[in-house]
Design a protein. Structure first.
Length: 761
């Protein structure tokens, strides 16, 4: 094996193989269509392969690499092949190996951006101020270091969390900006201009620690090449051919690195799909692929448009939708397989009806011998998964969450549940220990250890031990005061529990404990989603009469573990679905503000909207045979019930490729015979007449109060009054107990509910 760093003795590799001389088409080119063959055989010069969804992109990329090696154009260590994940790199090696054999083991330069840059930096570490044995910091280490620097600079951590600064610095590094290159307009984005000073200090501290973070691995490599032309020239000479996968996902820093290396031979092939660029929130710049032809004069663009995955109608719907975007190079997917079901657009009453509808379709498909493993539910936001999880559990359908955790297993939900468990049972030591310092209130590990010692010695609970220790001088004044306040809060919440709804109680606890503020001040990208999940938790409590019933339900849900079956339906976000495919795809929540995301549009305007549309395109093109889109007339979002309008994306879908069931808004029409898939031969009614309520006529309810021992105000409703509930629909009040109403609902159920959740019909 030749030395991959021996840049002075590169082998010559321009001798064609015997196969090439005899003009015998190699076996690995069999079965390819013309554009695929062109993308593989166009070896020299810059090439952009626009590979639409399901067009065989991976096969083209790996076969092109194998073809270069098989025809003797280059040796393995003369090819730079870059992927975005280690899994993709491993798959490429295996596929190439299956074509050409063991030679692929010598492909030293096949890997992710970060892994390849690490190899280069370790060889030239002294030129970027590091030792060759430098450490790579993970995100936790990065935040911890920035926290130290922020404290030393007297930055208010609550107002400007260190994690927020970490995100800003990562953003600068993704754009290829060292501290002195950051524009003044961006310098004020943290702590009134302190961000730049802390960025400088952070980089200096990293050098002292002989460390680099992930953003540095590429940024410092770019800096190395820019400051040392002779080193750049060596690597340009080394890499005779460059292949890049998922080019639409590159950020500015990665783009600069690739462009510098490709300016040697200019034998660069980038494979990607501008219509599937969906990671702008983490720095991906779709403009990189859009300007490829300008960056490399004479570049050849090859479009892979023949889809081998989906039906005519699925492709037609997806193509019509994405064609609305202005920032794209343009292509139209097609398939030789004609026919198939049209994309079904379904109107439902609310999120619960949506989950029930999808559950019924899944069961019907099962009866038709369709496997759960060939079905997936793709949501826009994480909070949407709860209703599907609970509905699937009720129906006995096996499921798994892809790229995430089950709703009740998420950290923020476990924290909230721990507070409620302690209110219900003060002796629940595990729950009390979980949240004793969450959010941080100055009660450290040493205090918790003392509590355990006292509890064991007195054979009592952790809460009882806490009550004892706060009356002594054993703890520091701060810890004692914080613990005393926490105990007092639990006593107060427990006292008010019988007098207010368990939903109001939970909201009060999360507010007064500071848990809401913990996530409101957290500037990490996933913080808003955690607040949405907490709102969804509270909404999920409505179906239960009291806190005890709800906690029992969650315990049973948590106890339902996945069995050893391999047949399960997948639930995941649209972002997590990229690269996957299923026979049947369910796309719930296609409503304005949820999808397209209000946050995305507010933060990025038209650019954000186009990325949301690309995300919709990705979702539809995951389907091979069936795609079901759902939108609801009522949706619980951002802590409130809303009456959303259907997503603009629905109107953009070509009519000839879609079939609609139900009417937008479900108003003025009896949807009792609504059937989202008549071809499946079943029916479920989720609509209600006169859905659009005149909210100006809704009675104002008296607050049930938040203080302890406060009696609820008498209900303003009366027996026999016709009322409306957002979940259960219309009904008639049959009896009244304080602020609790027993209602006979038209859906056929009798339920006791809080009057604060009822509106006059």
């Amino acid at each position: 094996m030749s030395d991959p760093f021996d840049l002075d003795n590169l082998p010559e590799s321009n001798t064609p193989s015997p196969q090439a001389e005899a003009h015998v088409p190699p076996f690995y080119l069999e079965g390819l269509n013309e554009p695929q063959l062109e993308a593989i055989e166009q070896i020299d010069g810059p090439v952009l392969v626009l590979a639409g969804a399901g067009t065989g992109k991976t096969r083209v990329l790996t076969t092109r690499l194998a073809h270069i090696l098989a025809t003797g154009r280059a040796y393995p260590n003369q090819i730079l092949a870059v992927t975005f994940t280690n899994k993709a790199a491993l798959e490429m090696k295996e596929r190439v190996g299956s074509i050409i054999g063991d030679a692929v083991e010598n492909m030293f330069w096949l890997g992710t951006f970060h892994s390849i840059c690490v190899k280069i930096l370790r060889r030239h570490a002294d030129l970027v101020g590091l030792g060759s044995n430098f450490t790579i910091l993970d995100q936790d280490d990065q935040v911890r270091l920035l926290k130290q620097l922020a404290r030393a600079a007297d930055v208010d951590e609550k107002r400007y969390p260190p994690r927020m600064l970490a995100g800003i610095i990562d953003g600068w590094k993704n754009k290829g900006l060292l501290p002195h290159q950051v524009p003044k307009s961006e310098a004020q984005s943290y702590a009134e201009g302190m961000g730049i000073k802390l960025y400088i200090q952070y980089q200096e501290r990293l050098k002292v620690l002989n460390a680099a973070d992930f953003g540095d691995l590429i940024l410092l490599c770019v800096h190395l090449f820019q400051k040392n032309p002779h080193i750049l020239s060596e690597y340009q000479q080394r890499f005779k051919y460059i292949l890049i996968d998922e080019y639409q996902d590159t950020n500015v820093s990665q783009y600069l690195w690739l462009r510098l290396l490709a300016m040697g031979h200019k034998n660069i092939c980038c494979v990607g799909d501008d219509d599937q660029s969906i990671y702008g929130w983490r720095g991906a710049e779709v403009g990189n692929i859009l300007k490829f032809e300008k960056d490399f004069e004479g570049a050849k663009t090859i479009r892979l448009e023949q889809n081998y995955r989906s039906t005519t109608h699925i492709l037609g719907a997806a193509s019509g939708l994405i064609d609305v975007n202005q920032g794209r190079l343009g292509k139209t997917l097609w398939t030789a397989e004609q026919g198939g079901e049209k994309v079904a657009i379904n109107a439902v009453w609310d999120g619960r009806a949506e989950a029930r509808a999808i559950g019924e379709i899944v069961e019907e498909l099962q009866r038709k011998k369709q496997h759960l493993s060939e079905m997936a539910v793709l949501v826009r936001a994480g909070f949407q998964t709860r209703e599907f999880e609970e509905n699937f559990l009720t129906l006995g359908l096996s499921y798994r969450i892809i790229g995430g955790v089950r709703f009740y297993e998420r950290a923020e939900i476990r924290d909230a549940m721990a507070y409620l468990r302690v209110i219900q049972n003060p002796d629940d030591a595990l729950a009390f220990e979980r949240i004793i310092n969450v959010p941080k209130r100055g009660i450290g590990d040493a205090t918790v250890q003392k509590l355990h010692l006292i509890a064991r010695a007195g054979e009592t609970s952790l809460m009882s031990a806490a009550r004892d220790i706060v009356e002594t001088e054993e703890l520091s004044k701060k810890a004692r005061a914080s613990l005393k306040t926490l105990i007092s809060s639990f006593d107060r919440w427990r006292e008010m529990s019988p007098d207010i709804s368990h939903m109001d109680l939970t909201d009060t606890v999360l507010e007064e404990s500071g848990y809401y503020d913990k996530w409101k001040t957290d500037k990490s990208p996933d913080a808003p989603g955690k607040l949405d999940n907490l709102s969804e938790l509270i909404r999920g409590m409505e179906s239960f009469e009291d806190l005890a019933e709800f906690l029992e339900h969650v315990s049973l849900v948590m106890d339902t573990t996945a069995n050893d079956k391999t047949d399960y339906i997948s639930i995941m976000t649209l972002h997590g679905s990229k690269g996957l495919e299923y026979d049947t795809i369910f796309l719930p929540g296609w409503e304005e503000e949820l999808f397209p995301s209000k946050r995305s549009i507010d933060e990025n305007g038209e650019k954000g909207l186009e990325e949301e549309r690309r995300l919709a395109y990705v979702g539809i093109t995951r389907a091979k045979k069936r795609a079901y889109i759902f939108y609801a007339a009522s949706r619980y979002m951002f802590g409130n019930y809303t009456s959303p309008i259907p997503s603009r994306f629905i109107a953009e879908l070509p009519e000839e490729h879609t079939v609609r069931h139900g009417q937008q808004g479900l108003s003025s029409t009896d949807q009792s015979n609504y059937n989202p898939s008549p071809s499946l031969g079943f029916n479920f009614g989720e609509g209600r007449e006169n859905y659009q309520l005149d909210r100006s006529k809704t009675k104002k309810r008296s607050s049930s109060g938040r203080g302890a021992n406060k009696k609820p105000a008498p209900s303003e409703f009366s027996v026999g009054e016709r009322v409306f509930h957002d979940k259960f629909g219309y009904g008639e009040v049959s009896s009244i107990d304080g602020n609790k109403l027993m209602i006979e609902f038209e859906m056929g159920s009798s339920r006791k509910v809080m009057d604060s959740f009822i509106k006059p019909a």
